[in-house]
Design a binder for this molecule. Sequence first.
Ligand code: GAL
Length: 439
Amino acid sequence: MGSFVLLLASLLSAWTLFSGEPVHVQALDDGVARLPVLGYNTWNAYHCDINETVVLQGAQLMVSLGLKDVGYTHVNIDDCYAERNRSASGDIVADHVRFSSGMNNLTDQIHDLGMKAGIYSDSGWFTCQLYPGSYQNEYRDAKLFQDWGFDYLKFDNCAIPYDDIIRQGIVGKYQRIADAIAQLAKDTGKPPLILSLCEWGEEQPWLWARRFGQSWRTTGDISPDWGSIASIINQNSFIAWASDFYGHNDMDILEVGNGDLTYEEAKTHFTAWALMKSPLLIGTDLSNISDSDLSILKNEEVIAINQDPVVGTSVTPFRWGINPDWVSNSTHPAQYWSGESQNGTVFMLVNTLDEPANMFFNLTESPWIRAGRQYSVRDLWTHTDNGTAVRNFTAHAVPAHSVVALLLKDAGDEPPNSGPPCARPEWCINQNGTLGPGA
Ligand code: GAL
């Protein structure tokens, strides 16, 4: 029996070799980055204007402002930390002036603060700002990043080699870095770098990127205005099913605290990103953040849904609202959403109108609600228990571009005579075959 299994195994691996099929890295279900990554990223606030002081101050503020305490763990450096050219021996070199103390010094200090450190590279010849990319240097660079003390790698999609050089599609291109990271982990016995794919513009990454990384970008670069937020929510509403443990739709760095987002818009932005299980990477200058923006980023009840250890899936729309279901509209995305959580059913209502609105739904419009039961209502923004919902719920006067986030918990059988005997009347039928009231 044993030798038969062995024979089968070697035949199978021979087939794999001869068939020329790529040998896939398995989905990264190795306990690394099971949940969306929470942290800080330098790009949106600073672009190329970064140095070790900026990064370290960001890390220190994550701690002193209490962001670390509510679950943010990563301090991630984005593009522009390197010299323009590799060293004579072929390594990426940290900018001598802006990172003069060296990367090890910086990651040591980040680790001393109890946080993890992230770095950035690119799958092509160059990064988007034309610093060295990692194409054909994937293992060398992954090793350098690990030697520098980094735990996490964002991998971008600029300056891609011609097809007649790479002879690989997009999947093969990202396979290179995933293989390098897996090999490095094997060679060093250290945990693999968490890989965050930044493969914007590629076809349907949610179908294939899960096997390589903890997240993949679903949309182009965010900007700090409501139009961008609404458009990203709209695009992600159709693929929200793709996020789950170990693999997350990355809706891009948070703009809370940036640009001209109102308080209500920033709340909606943060809620949608969190409940859709996107990584939550703070992208603002923390030395300048307002108390109200900080309170958004520190909403522990919303973060708890994002970091739910039992349920990995996202909220999904059950009714688009202003538009018929499944209609794509970048200014008026889906409005009525729900999803499971370890503590009950989460509801997210988005008022996409430019004026306040009442928002009404029947509880059983959500697949996660049981008919014939009543539900206690917790408001995740006011942090209050708002009584019990029977059959339906109305959020009154939701401000323009604002959001309502609720957690509904089963509170037992609904009171007698709460309404017709079926919440969905069309096929509400008696045992003897006669239709019930309301049918
Ligand atoms: C873009 C990426 C941004 C940022 C930038 C750096 O491609 O989407 O998040 O990393 O490159 O140049």
